[in-house]
Design a protein around this ligand. Structure first.
Ligand code: 0L1
Ligand code: MG
Length: 256
């Protein structure tokens, strides 16, 4: 087994068993971001071998609030599988995660493949629908602390996602008001404009970034554009509700 495959096994086991691990970059200070994307691909291949199915891509650190929260200042991406989807309104078991957080996102559903350098108009022509979404992020690293290669190797902290009702792509998602409540208390407010000025720019970036790894965004896939605000920690018993202007609500809760 190669060194990268061994590290892929480490992050995969940490995610599968919800077990905290040390940052890979401590024992491997020379780990590059390219190595980290290779580890991510190898760790996801292990999930596919267990029967999970790729259903999309998440963009990460696409807003200043998110970059500041984790001290990393480059956009990153990760892979979504069917096992990560939480049904709207469902109750999740916190034991599935190490120290989960939740953040408000905009989701795109694709009706055609996309890859490489595309314009915003070309990207939107491939979109079947848009929706409000919540991403559950859960770094597998101790204390939720990491360097850029660590977080990339760890599937960019992606652990779960909840999608609200799909709406027509005619809804302009550039500057939608956002309120995220935990147990009925508004904890984060903002605008979808915090996502690169317009979440469509994140979709354009997603097409460019996957192509660098010889992949394309496929018809039927979901693309999460990135957190619009800082993330909030999840705790047993908490109910989460996001309301997004023109797109409506999406919610889930954590078992007590
Ligand atoms: O925007 C994001 O989804 C960031 C994921 C990686 C950083 C984090 O764990 O917050
Ligand atoms: Mg996110």
């Amino acid at each position: 087994m190669s060194d990268l495959a061994k590290l892929a096994e480490v992050v995969d086991e940490a995610a599968r068993t919800a077990t905290e691990i040390a940052q890979l970059s401590i024992a491997h200070p020379d780990l590059t971001v390219d190595d980290a994307y290779a580890i991510q691909a190898l760790s996801l291949a292990r999930r596919y071998a267990r029967g999970e199915r790729r259903v999309g891509m998440k963009m990460g650190l696409t807003s200043r609030a998110k970059m500041a929260q984790v001290g990393v200042d480059e956009m990153i991406w990760g892979r979504l599988t069917d096992a990560m989807q939480v049904e709207e309104g469902a109750v999740v078991d916190i034991a599935r995660y190490v120290h989960p957080r939740v953040e408000p996102e905009v989701a795109f559903l694709l009706k055609a493949p996309l890859a490489g350098r595309v314009t915003a108009a070309q990207a939107m022509a491939a979109v079947a629908a848009v929706a409000p979404a919540l991403e559950i992020i859960d770094s597998r690293y101790k204390d939720f602390r990491f360097a850029l290669p660590d977080v990339v190797a760890d599937n960019s902290s992606s652990s779960g996602f909840v999608i609200g009702g799909w709406r027509s792509p005619d809804v302009d998602v550039a500057n939608l008001g956002i309120a995220m409540e935990l147990d009925g208390q508004v904890r984060q407010v903002g605008s979808s404009a915090a996502i690169l000025g317009d979440p469509v720019r994140s979709l354009v970036a997603a097409a460019r970034l996957v192509a660098q790894w010889g992949e394309r965004l496929e018809a039927g896939w979901i693309v999460l554009a990135g957190g619009a605000t800082a993330a909030e920690p999840l705790a047993p018993g908490v109910s989460v509700r996001l309301t997004m202007q023109h797109l409506g609500p999406v919610s889930f809760s954590v078992a007590g």
